[in-house]
Design a protein around this ligand. Structure first.
Ligand SMILES: [Zn+2]
Length: 337
């Protein structure tokens, strides 16, 4: 496969939630778990690491160097939040990257900082103590796989896996975001800079999963924003102002019907559907967000449920005057005109 050239948005997996759909027949979807990337200067900046990410990067083969080297261009990972459908295969990426080697190691892994680092966030043990941030998350992953890593280190005489990655906890600047009365307006803040890429972030609203982040990537060719998981978010609109591409999560406006079948729903089903809907952006509202942000292209991803046909996602978008792209696994979109 030829190497990717120029600056590109690469969709690796486009399913939201656990990717457990049948591959054929009724309700089928072959979509992998949520993961996307910006490819710039031949390097991969990965946003989220859902189910199948290492395999999808292998299929994408950004460097055109073949499957045994397909993970080598990885430069950095950006986790939007710590839900498992966004992080499930991070450890697999670490295993595969360990085998292939990362020329740019340590690979930077950015993600939300600890919950108690956000003023006003719940502090009880169950809700605060469960979220210790990305640095601890990565340490725990490496700990959990110690038996395997130990064996590989002694067999290969390579460095410890922990030396291959550098974790970074991302939080709003101190004092800028008290969330005791909900997600407040926040100025986008600086996260990282590379020679060909600058990264900023904001706080979005994903219910109890706090903190949840959206990221903006500015390159010489253009800019791309990833919403992460969020209900309609004024902070996201602000972060995405004038971007070339907005990659936005979406849930079917008729989610309950897709998930549970025709009415009437049981009380439990109705409550479960309402809870999920409140944390995400319905497909008939995402167009207005892209319009308010003034972006050129809206890319729908994190499709929930993933089994909804592409044509129906497109039809659901209202009030956006730009181009709409329904995300597909392994789709690449050039950044810039
Ligand atoms: Zn989520």
């Amino acid at each position: 496969m030829p190497a990717h050239t120029g600056t590109q948005l690469l969709l690796l997996g486009t399913a939201g939630g656990a990717a457990t759909y049948p591959v054929r027949g009724a309700g089928a979807s072959a979509r992998s778990g949520i993961a996307s990337a910006i490819v710039v200067g031949g390097r991969v900046h990965l946003v989220d690491a859902g189910q199948g990410v290492a395999r999808q990067l292998t299929f994408a083969d950004v460097a055109g160097a073949g499957p045994a080297h397909a993970l080598r261009p990885l430069r950095a990972v950006y986790l939007t939040h710590l839900h498992s459908d966004h992080t499930m295969d991070l450890v697999n990426l670490l295993h595969c990257g360990y085998v292939q080697g990362w020329p740019d190691a340590p690979v930077d892994v950015f993600g939300p900082g600890p919950r108690d680092g956000v003023p006003g966030a719940p502090t009880d043990r169950r809700r605060a103590g469960a979220h210790l941030g990305t640095t601890r998350f990565l340490e725990r992953l490496i700990d959990a796989f110690a038996a395997d890593f130990d064996d590989r280190v002694s067999a290969s005489r390579r460095p410890e896996p922990s030396t291959l990655v550098t974790a970074h906890d991302v939080l709003p600047p101190a004092g800028s975001a008290d969330v005791s009365a909900g997600i407040p307006p926040v100025d986008p803040w600086f996260v990282a800079e590379y020679p060909d890429l600058r990264v900023t972030a904001t706080l979005v609203d994903h219910g109890e999963m706090l903190p949840s982040l959206a990221y903006r990537f500015d390159t010489e060719a253009g800019s791309v924003v990833f919403s992460g998981d969020t209900s309609p978010s004024p902070n996201l609109v602000r972060l995405a102002q004038g971007a070339d591409i907005l990659v936005h999560e979406v849930i079917a406006a008729r989610y309950a019907t897709w998930q549970y079948g025709p009415e009437p729903l049981t009380e439990r089903q109705r409550l479960a559907a309402a809870t999920v809907m409140a944390k995400h952006t319905p497909s008939d509202q995402v167009g207005a967000i892209a319009e308010a942000a003034g972006v050129r292209t809206l890319v729908l991803t994190h499709l929930v449920p993933a089994s909804v046909p592409a044509a129906l996602w497109r039809e659901a978008v209202r009030g956006f005057s730009g181009e709409v792209v329904v995300g597909e696994d392994l789709l690449t979109i050039p950044v810039g005109r």
